[in-house]
Design a protein around this ligand. Structure first.
Ligand SMILES: Cc1ncc(COP(=O)(O)O)c(C=O)c1O
Length: 386
């Protein structure tokens, strides 16, 4: 039996990379911004746009205020509006669906697969058929979420969407740094939105987000919508509806510094995930990462019928954990008018998923202890059942 490690074992660690990079580097970067005065969307954001696009091989990147802004901006750029149907996973953070309603369109929820937790392409097909048969809404786009950092079935989803005249927006809020069949997330769907909220794989020290696109036309639309629909020729002529969606220069400076250690952080996340994969009892059903794809492991999540009991036990052992997400979006109070399709897999997942500590600064003694305690729980359950 191991002793409990001294350091806290939280699900996230938003501070340790500061020590690795050196606090003075952040202070120097902030001082530069104080001196040049370009606080909102200053030179740091432009540099970050270029570096992020380079990182994932995307043609264009436009940073913005948050992941929610990124999703909303992409829908605005595609002129998603009242009368349009946008298909979205229900087993996700609420922002994946909220952006649709903000644009006045109708969310159509799609169920997940039990092993990947991501959108089930077969249920997407059924949902499209239903919407077409009702004949009230215009199928416009699909928002495909990479839940917990693990890429969804984008080839299948793109084929279904394109056949039906729709575009695919990847909600890669949790999966920046992942890759889909050898291509980095950001360069796969028709557009990709990501988040730099502090707990995300690449986290800022406040809110931040970005939209990746393939064409100059889409990128120009994002840039216009990011500043109230401004015309690039005449800044006092707003040619479409938009929002205040700029990234501030301080967050861009943080992200530029954090990007310098990000590859290594991803590598360590993967090593920890591989230990959990190999050493945790098969009693816990692990999230399946698609063949040929790499998760960014925003979270490491297992699925277990005694989830609530396991959570209480881990808390007793001093191990942080979380149930992401305890309610599929379609069951939430504000979403009842769109809760009109069966979502059995999402409902089951919401009762059985549990996320363990996962960040690049989780030390090996903490990993050992978490694995030991998890396996002790599994052994008790398996012995009882035998
Ligand atoms: C799947 C998903 N989509 C969208 C968002 C929204 O990102 P932000 O919090 O940066 O607005 C999040 C953030 O948690 C998310 O997890």
């Amino acid at each position: 039996m191991m002793n409990k490690p001294n350091k806290p074992m939280n699900v996230f660690d938003v501070q340790s990379s500061q020590k690795v990079i050196g606090q003075e580097k952040f202070l120097d970067a902030f001082k530069k911004i104080l001196d040049h005065g370009g606080y909102a969307q200053g030179p740091e954001t432009k540099e970050l746009d270029e570096k992020l696009a380079q990182f994932c091989g995307a043609n264009y990147c436009s940073t913005c205020g948050s992941g929610t802004d990124a999703l909303t901006l992409a829908l605005m750029a595609w002129d998603v509006k009242p009368g349009d149907a946008v298909f979205v996973s229900s087993f996700t953070f609420v922002a994946s669906a909220e952006c649709i309603i903000v644009c006045g369109a109708t969310p159509v929820f799609v169920d997940s697969k039990p092993d990947t937790y991501n959108m089930d392409p077969e249920d997407l097909k059924r949902a499209i058929t239903e919407v077409k048969a009702q004949g009230k809404l215009n199928p416009k786009a699909v928002i495909a979420v990479d839940i917990f950092g693990s890429p969804c079935e984008l080839d299948e989803i793109k084929a279904i969407a394109h056949t039906n005249g729709m575009k695919v927006l990847s909600d890669a809020a949790q999966s920046f740094g992942s890759s889909y069949k050898g291509t980095r997330t950001g360069n796969v769907a028709d557009m990709t939105a990501t988040s730099f909220y502090p707990t995300k794989p690449l986290g800022a020290y406040g809110d931040g987000g970005a939209v990746f696109s393939h064409t100059n036309e889409d990128n120009e639309l994002i840039k216009s919508c990011r500043v109230h629909g401004m015309s690039p020729e005449d800044h006092y002529d707003n040619v479409r509806m938009g929002m205040t969606g700029r990234m501030n220069s301080f967050q861009a400076a943080v992200l530029l510094l954090k990007l310098s250690v990000f590859e290594n952080e991803l590598k360590v996340r993967k090593q920890i995930a591989s230990r959990y994969d190999n050493e945790l009892s098969p009693y816990f059903r692990k999230q399946r990462v698609l063949d040929g794809c790499e998760s960014a492991y925003a979270l490491y999540t297992v699925n277990c019928d005694d989830r609530d009991e396991l959570m209480a036990y881990l808390k007793e052992c001093g191990i942080g954990c979380g149930a992401y997400y305890p309610r599929p979006v379609n069951t939430q109070t504000a979403y009842q008018q769109w809760n009109n399709r069966p979502m059995p897999v999402c409902e089951k997942l919401s009762k059985t998923v549990l996320s363990l500590p996962m960040h690049p600064y989780l030390e090996s003694d903490a990993q050992d202890y978490i694995i030991e305690k998890m396996n002790e729980f599994a052994a008790k359950k398996l012995n009882k059942a035998a």
